[in-house]
Design a binder for this molecule. Structure first.
Ligand SMILES: [Fe+2]
Length: 269
């Protein structure tokens, strides 16, 4: 089944926001509490349905690193994750934390969060009527899709380094370049594991249609290189025609530094 395209993610919106108005600030409060006990039976049931469907597929298509991470952070098959519990596990593994937010953060604040090993995550559960299509992120995309990789030390270091560098991106081409790097790794990344190509980007992890397309004949899978990624445009409103395959998560940290250098972003550390 090909679902509708994965449309929005936190990063693409903050990146668009940064491109259009680098100084933009939103006045309303953004950091919130999760209030786990307020989730309804229907919320838990929707989570369970999504979890079951995606995990069945990811057993074949998902990166080992992702699957191991999901296990290590104790993602629950039948209830919405309690971030306090997830964070307790993550703290021991990599020191990352998922912090609840009410919606999109302005780009500079989002990057500063990453630089502090803090991942802003929405906490709402999508309605059952929008299981396959949601125009904005929810806890399934943010926590099921993103957070398990934060248990991987190599990915954890990369994401922090990305935030440190992206904080310092000022010119439009610098922001665009960092958006492409994020898009083709964190959101839509592929990794070679043994003889197979697997999905690890959150947009692919959390969406059946996007994952199927990414590994099918309609998508061109190219070897990852910083030059190739920085030169590759992407569209947020349709499925991907071109994606990039890394050989190991360890190379991403260096890729962030190489991107900074190529884009002329001052080194952050
Ligand atoms: Fe995302």
């Amino acid at each position: 089944m090909h679902g509708p395209p994965f449309l929005f993610s936190t990063i693409e919106v903050v990146m668009l926001d940064a491109t259009q108005n680098p100084q933009s600030e939103i006045a309303e409060p953004r950091f919130i509490e999760q209030r786990w006990h307020d989730y309804t039976n229907e919320d838990h049931a929707v989570w369970a349905l999504l979890y079951e469907r995606r995990m069945k597929d990811l057993a074949e298509r998902g990166s080992e690193v992702y699957l191991r991470g999901a296990e290590r952070i104790g993602l629950c098959p039948d209830c919405v994750p309690d971030l306090a519990v997830v964070n307790e596990k993550l703290r021991a593994l990599t020191g990352w934390r998922a912090v609840p937010v009410s919606g999109f953060l302005p780009a500079p604040e989002f990057f500063r969060c990453l630089a502090r090993r803090t991942f802003p995550t929405t906490v709402t559960v999508r309605p059952r009527a929008q299981l396959d299509y949601l125009p904005e992120p929810d806890i399934f995309h943010d926590v099921f899709g993103h957070v398990p990789l934060h248990a991987s030390p190599a990915f954890a270091d990369y994401l922090q380094r990305f935030g440190q560098i992206a904080c310092r991106a000022e010119r439009e081409e610098q922001i665009r370049g960092m958006a492409r790097l994020f898009w083709f790794t964190v959101e839509f990344g592929l990794v070679r594991e043994g003889d197979a190509v697997k999905v690890y980007g959150s947009g692919l992890i959390s969406s059946h249609g996007d994952a199927a397309r990414a590994l099918g004949p309609e998508c061109e899978r190219r070897p990852f290189s910083v030059d190739a990624v920085l030169a590759q445009d992407f569209a947020i409103d349709r499925m991907q025609d071109v994606l990039f395959v890394i050989d190991t998560f360890g190379l991403l940290f260096h890729a962030a530094q190489e991107a900074a250098q190529k884009l002329g972003i001052p080194d952050a550390v």
